[in-house]
Write a protein that binds this ligand. Structure first.
Ligand SMILES: Cc1cc2nc3c(=O)[nH]c(=O)nc-3n(C[C@H](O)[C@H](O)[C@H](O)COP(=O)(O)OP(=O)(O)OC[C@H]3O[C@@H](n4cnc5c(N)ncnc54)[C@H](O)[C@@H]3O)c2cc1C
Length: 152
């Protein structure tokens, strides 16, 4: 079909984060002509960036894009098998199967603590701050770094 990209036709983007990344990925895929199903267990999309007024502009851009965009709130992926994906509501209800050649999974980040662990017990003062403590945002990292420095 004209306008389709060669990489994916039926993509499922799974949002387990509620942040902007999933919306950005979905927008890119729809703009390239893929049919995208956005699956999230949350009751709304992009709830962590709603206050920053980032959700409606993305939806507006997607509405004019080449591919189709379907949102499944309160849903999760149960299985991926070959070119089919099984999706079910988060509440007891039957699953559905969709054609799918690409799955993008967006989950919360995991902390990287190698440096902290290597230094632990070898230096007199050591604090763990920011994303190494728990991945969140810049403001939290700055606050915790500031607090740690002032507490030394
Ligand atoms: C795609 C994306 C978009 C984001 N957008 C936003 C946003 O819009 N607003 C917002 O507030 N936050 C945003 N964040 C989150 C924000 O970037 C982080 O919360 C913040 O950078 C955390 O700061 P940090 O100093 O704890 O860690 P980092 O910024 O990750 O800094 C840690 C540094 O330590 C280095 N390092 C790690 N291990 C070692 C080692 N063993 N030896 C030497 N160096 C090492 C790393 O290379 C890195 O430079 C975003 C994050 C991502 C991934």
């Amino acid at each position: 079909m004209a306008g389709r990209n060669w990489q994916t036709r039926h993509a499922v983007v799974v949002d387990d984060s509620g942040h902007y990344e999933t919306l950005g990925i979905a927008e890119q895929l729809v703009a390239e002509g893929a049919d995208v199903t956005f699956v999230t267990p949350f009751k709304q999309i992009g709830f962590k960036v709603e206050n920053a007024l980032m959700v409606e502009p993305v939806l507006e851009r997607i509405a004019y894009a080449a591919g189709r965009f379907t949102i499944l709130l309160r849903h999760r992926v149960r299985a991926v098998s070959g070119d089919t994906i099984e999706i079910a509501p988060t509440y007891p209800a039957p699953s559905s199967h969709l054609p799918c050649d690409t799955v993008v999974l967006v989950t919360p980040g995991a902390p990287l603590r190698t440096l902290y662990e290597r230094l632990h017990g070898k230096v007199s003062t050591l604090a763990i701050v920011g994303d190494a403590n728990s991945p969140r945002d810049l403001q939290k990292a700055i606050y915790e770094g500031h607090l740690a420095a002032r507490s030394c």
